[in-house]
Design a protein around this ligand. Structure first.
Ligand code: F6P
Length: 355
């Protein structure tokens, strides 16, 4: 190990000096990194660790739970329970928030997380991740639901881990977005990507194109124009990527730009979108905004949404500033009736991949 490497702990001591709450937040982020290391070790074992495959159970979303979903959830819950810094937690895998009772009653924070995002990729050995969000706990009393249901702009810290060829931990405490790579030999996260910046322009978009017929016209318009490339208004060719693991798709966008969309669609009218506000859209929007990008539903800034439910779903359009702004403009045009062309039945029948 050469001198001058910045470990996660060293970085957090520097970023979060000052008030006691700040050093507790640094300690909590170190705890989260410890859970991430445990999950990284589990995912890396694959079939040899007996961790692949599904359980008989489903989570509150009605999704079949994978073994690793549950193991990762336990890794986080154990870490938070033992750490004494968290008064309560909520995760994708649990119907209701769980109250934690640190013995000295000092839990200053609430942790909200998706322990293993993109879990359909586990069994096929494609990158998955964990996403977390830290909120302030109430003082002097146990947390209630309203304490969790704060807009994303109230997050004290947020980030994700990606379990790919290397394991990375990417976080923000509101002072930029910074990436750390796990040095497996010594078990430390090392600052490798300080001050990540998402390029404002991009020629790459990410969307599950099989849902095209369910999208709203502004998204259909945007994707059609990208697909038409240099033969249409965009005057350049675009590339499409879809990993089906939000963490991996957003990580790519942080590294080289792009726009990620899981927009409102009509596939299941009871759902406003697919992704969850509290532990997917909010933390990822915070990370992306701190790196110069935008997180939007197409109509409003994600971080301004007043949450109504812990497992609430929202449309997500996130990434390079100029592309997200263009998509917001297309939504405004559509909503105000300026853009009749893209609400006509004729347009909606055109296939994304038709020549
Ligand atoms: O549940 C969230 C998630 O797995 C994201 O990580 C990912 O972006 C998305 O769902 C994949 O959705 P689909 O299965 O429609 O491609």
């Amino acid at each position: 190990m050469h001198q001058g490497r910045t470990t996660l702990s060293k970085f957090l001591i520097q970023q979060l000096k000052g008030a006691p709450e700040q050093s507790d937040l640094a300690a909590l982020l170190v705890d989260i990194a410890a859970a991430v290391k445990a999950i990284s070790a589990m995912t890396a074992k694959g079939e040899l660790g007996g961790v692949l495959g599904s359980l008989d159970s489903t989570n509150v979303q009605g999704e079949t739970q994978k073994k690793l979903d549950v193991m990762a959830d336990r890794a986080f819950i154990n870490t938070f329970s033992m750490g004494g810094l968290v008064a309560g937690l909520a995760s994708e895998e649990n119907d209701d928030p769980i109250e934690i009772d640190p013995q000295d009653g000092s839990g200053r924070f609430l942790a909200v997380f998706d322990p293993l995002d993109g879990s359909s990729n586990i069994d096929v050995n494609v990158s998955v991740g964990s996403i977390f969000s830290v909120l302030r706990a109430p003082e002097g009393r146990a947390p209630v639901m309203a304490d969790y249901l704060r807009p994303g702009s109230h997050q004290l810290a947020a980030g994700y881990a990606i379990y790919g060829p290397s394991t990375m931990f990417v976080l923000t405490v509101g002072k930029g977005t910074h990436g750390f790579t796990l040095d497996r030999e010594v078990g430390n996260f090392i600052l490798t990507h300080p001050h990540m910046q998402i390029p404002e322009d991009t020629s790459e978009f990410a969307i599950n194109a099989s849902n095209e017929r369910f999208w709203e016209p502004p998204v259909q318009r945007y994707v059609l124009e990208c697909k038409n490339g240099r033969t249409d208004v965009r005057e350049r060719d675009f590339n499409m990527r879809w990993i089906a693991s939000m963490v991996a798709d957003i990580h790519r966008i942080l590294m080289r730009g792009g726009v990620f969309m899981y927009p409102r669609d009509t596939k299941d009218p009871s759902k406003a979108g697919r992704l969850r506000l509290m532990y997917e859209a909010n933390p990822m929007s915070y990370v992306v905004e701190q790196a110069g990008g935008i997180g939007s539903t197409g109509r409003v800034r994600i971080l301004d949404i007043e949450p109504e439910q812990i497992h609430q779903r929202v449309p997500v359009i996130i990434g390079s500033r100029n592309e997200v702004e263009r998509l917001e403009r297309y939504h405004r045009d559509y909503d105000s009736g300026v853009d009749e062309k893209y609400s006509s039945p004729l347009f909606q029948e055109r296939s994304l991949f038709a020549s």
